[in-house]
Design a protein around this ligand. Sequence first.
Ligand SMILES: [Zn+2]
Length: 110
Amino acid sequence: MPAQPDPEITRRYVEDGETINAIAAGIGRSYGYVHARLVSAKVQMRRQGGGWTAGCRSRWADLAPCGTIAAARRHHRRKEPVDDACREAAAAYLRAYRQRRKETQDADAR
Ligand SMILES: [Zn+2]
């Protein structure tokens, strides 16, 4: 049976920036248990050693993780290479923004 995503594990990994080892220790489970749940939640894995994704030099300690609009903006601001996760986040943000604008304009036209 495939592992079910665990919102708590996902939140701690993505939002709090905890490592898989730290989460596993925190909930008294194995590394494999946590890893399987992150995979099933389709979470983008960070490499061991601090980098978020290939091509991304941000550190998780004090910065927004890759795959967020904040991280994408940071890359642009610092003229860093933008990785796929951040590019996708920025594109999704732009799509949502345009969608909102369109809805507002449609409402005005009525
Ligand atoms: Zn990034």
